[in-house]
Design a protein around this ligand. Structure first.
Ligand SMILES: [Zn+2]
Length: 147
């Protein structure tokens, strides 16, 4: 079972990614939930892409900060990632929803994930822990019925 263990971000890359995710919350469009979420993902090579949650009055088109960050990176031509940090206004760390876990799985099986509390403390985990036994692109490499 997943356990939250928090620590100060120690290395400079983590400090930067955490700071970016906390700042990314500022652009949140969340008039319905009133919950601002920010996510920052570092692509291989060091470039950071930010995302925030964007809600819609018809609810269904709402998109999470994590998917905005990943989509922004992919749109810029980056599909390999080193880590993602996720922040919110909650006192405790927020975890990515199931849809975002699967979306991130498209690009990494074991992406390091920093769950950031609003006080800046982080819980280090990864996609393998949050999405065990996942279905990924390699799953389609298995023999299956030809159409
Ligand atoms: Zn999500």
């Amino acid at each position: 079972m997943f356990q939250f263990t928090f620590e100060e971000p120690s290395d400079q890359q983590s400090v930067e990614l955490v700071r970016c995710s906390l700042e990314a919350r500022e652009n949140s469009h969340s008039p319905y939930s009133k919950l601002r979420v920010g996510a920052s993902i570092r692509a291989v090579g060091g470039r950071i892409f930010n995302g925030c949650n964007i809600e819609s009055c018809s609810y269904s088109p709402t998109i999470c900060a994590e998917r905005v960050a990943v989509a922004s990176a992919v749109a810029a031509g980056y599909t390999q990632f080193e880590a993602i940090a996720i922040s919110s206004d909650l006192k405790d760390a927020i975890t990515p929803c199931g849809v975002c876990r699967q979306f991130m799985r498209e690009f990494s099986k074991d992406l390091p994930i920093l769950l950031v509390r609003s006080d800046g403390m982080v819980c280090r985990t990864d996609l393998t822990e949050l999405l065990p036994g996942s279905f990924g692109p390699d799953s389609l490499d298995q023999p299956h019925r030809a159409v």
